[in-house]
Design a protein around this ligand. Structure first.
Ligand code: FAD
Length: 453
């Protein structure tokens, strides 16, 4: 049973509506239409909403944030290259043009498939005719709470800003630290996990930290900063072709990143990293980029989850026995990637294309047509390594170096929402690349005040 009935009067969201007759008129004035509730306005959710905007449905879009985050450029916020606003776009600006879509900033905490309603953290239950879960993923620490508490992570804008503050504070602390070993520890930056996020972050750390120290912290000249990328397995960028993996490692090492493969981290506590084979290492800043799992909302469905706690879906993207409930993007588990048994990976293109297919399938049901299976057009994969190198595996072409970087830059600018954000990002890149200066070197904000109290 979902709580919240007592709050129904004060909620701005229409409370319940199983039948057209009972349904109250919502703020968009679309009474009588089937209601689609969408949880998450990321790559999957937003593209779904766009697809639904052509149909005769009422859409309520919910997100715990009031912005759509462009996560592929998040590492540049963490490394002080871009301002947070340039990779976040207000959701109300997107939905403004769709007359039947209403957005609410709200965290969804439970799903009741039998009653066909969801529960918000604050407010009454919200009934749906169709439900789409597109709440993305969260970090997977494989049950290790100590490591979770002692590492930075990079999943949203707040976490990126925390990394930025941690990074900049490390230099300030080191420049006041008389003990050589403690200075060395403060100037050791370790990234766990060598997927695209780990690779991009470690390259950006190297390209920005090394000149920063040389230019602004001459007192630290006796302790060269170390940037270490740690991988549990024998390969980095596992999903890329072997040749590109090798090139990526060469690029990283040229930038000054130490790559440690075959080093599984079992614990991180007080800046001490313990590896499975017994050795230990000290680092002042540790970032966890080693694993993801579906949003905890997946557990609320009460069904058996697949690898990474993802929700198994039918090829039409709805739950088995629930044609009215769709799960898309990072939350969904569907096999068939590259025509085989592999599940579709947690990347933006999969979420975008699943959003488009789920929208078509909902409208098909509303209009009494059969649903169609999800077909994926694989546009390839890209990973940048610093400010002028990248590796790209696109449309059967394998590129590396500057050409791959230009492809990477063009793709990211194209998919970024909003002209203002595109201009801000391009301006930020031009400024950083020409001057080697960081855009955001201020340590400030609420988190800093709390720490200084
Ligand atoms: C740092 C980083 C770098 C990445 N780089 C790339 C890349 O270069 N290329 C690539 O293809 N992919 C990349 N990805 C992966 C890509 O961003 C995801 O695959 C994609 O965002 C998945 O889309 P989604 O719609 O499933 O989830 P998301 O885009 O993550 O959106 C989920 C939304 O749900 C909201 N939400 C979550 N829980 C709740 C709740 N309980 N209630 C209400 N709202 C909720 C969140 O606020 C968020 O807005 C990267 C991811 C990260 C974190």
């Amino acid at each position: 049973v979902l709580p919240g009935d007592n709050l129904q009067q004060s909620s701005p969201i229409p409370d319940t509506a199983q039948t057209d007759k009972e349904r109250p008129t919502d703020s968009a004035g679309k009474a009588g239409l089937p209601r689609v509730v969408v949880v998450g306005s990321g790559f999957g959710g937003l593209n779904l909403v766009r697809g639904l905007s052509r149909g005769e449905v009422e859409v309520i879009l919910l997100d715990r944030n009031n912005y759509h985050g462009f996560w592929p450029l998040l590492y540049q916020v963490a490394t002080a290259e871009l301002i947070p606003d340039s990779i976040a776009f207000p959701i109300r600006e997107v939905v403004r043009k769709y007359h039947q879509v209403t957005f609410h900033m709200a965290e969804v905490c439970d799903v009741d498939l039998q009653q066909k309603q969801i529960q918000l953290q604050a407010g009454p239950p919200l009934a749906y005719d169709y439900l789409v879960l597109a709440a993305g993923s969260t970090n997977n620490y494989f049950g290790n709470e100590t490591t979770a508490r002692n590492t930075f992570s990079l999943k949203d804008v707040d976490q990126a800003v925390e990394i930025r503050h941690g990074l900049l504070k490390a230099f300030e602390k080191a420049s006041l630290e008389p003990d050589l070993n403690r200075r060395k520890k403060l100037l050791t930056f370790l990234i766990i996990g060598s997927g695209p996020t780990g690779v991009e972050l470690s390259a950006a750390f190297a390209e920005l930290i090394l000149p920063l120290v040389r230019k602004y912290y001459p007192a630290l000249a006796d302790v060269p900063p170390r940037i270490i990328l740690v991988e549990a397995h024998t390969t980095m960028l596992e999903s890329f072709p072997k040749g590109l993996q090798k090139k990526a490692q060469q690029h990283l090492e040229r930038l000054g990143v130490e790559v440690l493969k075959n080093h599984e981290v079992t614990q991180v506590e007080n800046g001490e990293i313990t590896f499975k084979h017994g050795s230990k290492m000290q680092a002042g800043t540790v970032v966890w980029a080693a694993g993801v799992r579906a949003s905890p909302l997946a557990e609320k469905l009460g069904i058996k989850l697949a690898h990474g706690d993802r929700v198994p879906v039918e090829p039409t993207l709805n739950l088995q026995d629930h044609p009215d409930v769709f799960v898309i993007g990072d939350m969904a588990y569907l096999e068939g990637y590259k025509g085989g048994q592999q599940s579709y990976p947690g990347v933006a293109q999969v979420a975008i294309q699943m959003g488009e297919r789920a929208a078509k399938n909902i409208l098909a049901q509303v209009e009494g047509r059969p649903m169609k299976k999800f077909h994926y057009l694989d546009k390839g994969q890209l990973s940048t390594i610093g400010r002028k190198d990248a590796v790209a595996d696109i449309f059967n072409l394998q590129l590396s170096g500057l050409l791959a970087w230009l492809v990477w830059a063009a793709v990211h600018i194209y998919y970024l929402l909003g002209m203002r954000n595109r201009l801000l990002v391009m301006l930020g890149w031009a400024y950083n690349y020409l001057t080697y200066n960081l855009a955001m070197r201020i340590i400030g904000g609420a988190s800093n005040r709390k720490e200084n109290q």
